[in-house]
Design a protein around this ligand. Structure first.
Ligand code: C2E
Ligand code: MG
Ligand code: MG
Ligand code: MG
Length: 282
């Protein structure tokens, strides 16, 4: 009867929640040890000029291999954020990215690297107002005197721009004074407000891959991309199209004169040594 079915449904629902909670707890437990056990790796995905195919920059993307299983960042980053582990993980990521940029420079390869920074990291007591100091410390530790900060781009998301706007503005300005570039990631998703582009000191906008991937099937996504491109150009911001996989998507990107493209059509994220040899060979 209906009552029994209802109870079954409820049980099933409860079970699902429990399975998910157990997975979250398990991931949290193992993630705590992942850095020290060398399970984290930073991959690099080239960003190209679509017309020439030339690699002009790259995004650093975190990979976690646990027991032969790659746990996707979309699964473990939110858990790292909720638990605060992201602060330590983020510090590790930034250090690795700076090391890679320096290594490349020593090979005479100038390659700007983008790093994802969670909103939560900006508000950790360790980093608040100390972001610059953080980079300086890494350089000191590596015994590097001069480092062109313009090689580092921080990818932030719109959620950072929603609260404590004056403080965020000050922080971003300070970073940019040093030469660090600021990019808004996944633009157009979440709580987008076009006013962010005017009110915050940013250099670059990344069009979210969900728009690119739907542009062939839904005209409205084309319109949205056109609008983002046009306002970005008017405000003198760089534009990157993320998640380009097909010829048709690329054709539209070129038609829109979008200057930078990141996607499987050109390259997938790859381990550091592969990335370095790719750059050394070309
Ligand atoms: P994101 O910053 O928007 O990174 C772009 C994502 O799109 C990456 O997924 C990349 O592998 C994927 N991608 C690039 N081109 C294509 C394509 O042509 N097709 C498809 N289907 N996907 C493409 P990934 O590496 O799984 O990372 C997912 C998200 O996890 C990132 O999205 C970012 O929000 C977060 N993340 C990754 N690494 C870090 C990190 O070091 N720190 C923080 N805070 N977040 C990170
Ligand atoms: Mg990103
Ligand atoms: Mg993105
Ligand atoms: Mg994304």
């Amino acid at each position: 009867n209906a009552k029994a079915r209802g109870r079954n449904c409820y049980q099933f629902f409860n079970q699902e929640i429990q399975i998910e909670a157990e997975r979250t707890a398990k991931i949290h437990f193992h993630l705590k040890k992942a850095i020290h056990q060398g399970e984290l790796q930073l991959y690099y995905q080239p960003i190209v000029e679509p017309k020439s195919g030339k690699i002009v920059k790259a995004e650093a993307l975190l990979r976690w291999r646990y027991n032969d299983e790659f746990i996707p960042p979309d699964e473990f980053i939110p858990i790292a954020e909720q638990s605060g582990l992201i602060v330590e993980i983020g510090a590790w990521v930034r250090k690795q990215a700076v090391i890679t940029a320096i290594e490349l420079q020593q090979k005479n390869i100038t390659m700007p690297i983008s790093i994802n920074v969670s909103t939560l990291e900006f508000w950790s007591s360790e980093l608040q107002h100390n972001f610059i100091q953080f980079f300086d410390d890494i350089l000191q530790e590596l015994d590097i005197d001069v480092f062109p900060y313009k090689l580092i781009t921080l990818e932030i998301t719109e959620s950072l721009l929603m609260k404590q706007k004056n403080e965020v503005n000050e922080l971003l300005s300070m970073l940019r004074k040093r030469g660090i570039r600021i990019s808004i990631d996944d633009f157009g998703t979440g709580y987008s407000s076009l006013s962010y582009l005017v009110n915050f000191p940013v250099d670059q906008v990344k069009i979210d891959k969900s728009f690119i991937q739907q542009l062939e099937t839904d005209k409205r996504h084309k319109a949205l991309i056109e609008a983002i491109v046009s306002i970005s150009k008017a405000l003198d911001l760089n534009v990157i199209a993320e998640g380009v996989e097909t010829e048709a998507q690329l054709a539209f990107i070129n038609q829109q004169n979008i200057p930078f493209v990141q996607g499987y059509y050109f390259y997938r994220p790859m381990p550091k040594n592969e990335f370095i040899s790719l750059l050394s060979d070309s």
